[in-house]
Design a protein around this ligand. Sequence first.
Ligand SMILES: C[S@@+](CC[C@H](N)C(=O)[O-])C[C@H]1O[C@@H](n2cnc3c(N)ncnc32)[C@H](O)[C@@H]1O
Length: 364
Amino acid sequence: MTAARDPGLNGRAFTAAQSFLLGSKLYWTHSLYPSLRKQYEERAAKTPDKPRTAGDATALMENSADYRLYAWLERHLQRFKYSGRYGLQPYHAEQRVDLERSLDPSGLPDGLLELNPDLDLPSYYTAVDIHQHPGGVWSDPIAGFVYERGARSTTPTMGARHADLHDRLVDAVADRMDRDPQSILDMACGFGKSTGPFYERYRDALVTGVDLSEPCLKLAARTAADRQATNVRYLQRNAYETGLEGESFDLVTSTMLLHEMPPPKIGQTFDEAARVLKPGGLMAHLDFYHLPDAFSRFIHYGHARRNNEPFMESLAELDITALLESKGFTNVKVEPYAEADGVFDEAYTAWRFPWTLITAEKAV
Ligand SMILES: C[S@@+](CC[C@H](N)C(=O)[O-])C[C@H]1O[C@@H](n2cnc3c(N)ncnc32)[C@H](O)[C@@H]1O
């Protein structure tokens, strides 16, 4: 017999289970990863040929019990986070009725949200449960909530605020522009976490967020309405075929989009950005790219496999600068990006994503 779950108890159990998982992830990030790196360096020092590729590093580390533990924990902490007994998916599913009701778009201001139920979703997008999120971020009406809650513990950096990452992008982009943008496009805006800092910073600009995921867009729109933002709109469109007016944006951004796409779609996304940008406009993509050595490639490509991210590796192997220049972009910059204070310090040895800021300008 299955006992009915008391919602209050379940809420407490969910919080306890998720905080246990986060604590385990912090141990993985701040203790296991640095000791694995040390072990790799000791082994590499003893080999006659310095490892140069991810494959070389794999050959050196695949029999390491520490690596097996590290990889097992990475895969299964994420699985428990989403699908375990107190995972994000079952927890939110128990509140489905209320959550779906809260997303009812009928009370939203005109023009804030435009959905397109006939939009074709690309097969690369629907084929995989990205991040081990059951059904991905698009198939369940409550997927936006699940993703939003999950994103709070994606980059567990001790002592840093997660919001820093997206807020810092606005600062980094502002440094590269000689005047405030009046029209901004956030490609693949998700539930609006990457869009919010732009519409809050540039109150006189119209900020447009596009994404494929209806559940995420609905949550983004509800959040904007709660914040009484009047300079943002969310559209259910494909980033590489937005249908938006040509030469109409001063700034096109994306955060964590490129690594989710197969390379031909990345090329199309750059073409689309070039089409909608005004001459002299800026494109800025924040993603995972800068992998300076064999160990960091080995770790990142393994992370991609364990987290159901099939295109991380192809992005990292792409010559982004050459691709952007071949498409006529100028002033192309591909730079490591500090997602939190102190992460470039020598003393900072914890695991982190290979955050990279890619910027380029449309020729005048
Ligand atoms: C990792 S999430 C990042 C969301 C948001 N930018 C952020 O920083 O929180 C990636 C997003 O890309 C969206 N996406 C993937 N392919 C897309 C495409 N071709 N067009 C628009 N959105 C896409 C997904 O639906 C998802 O919301």
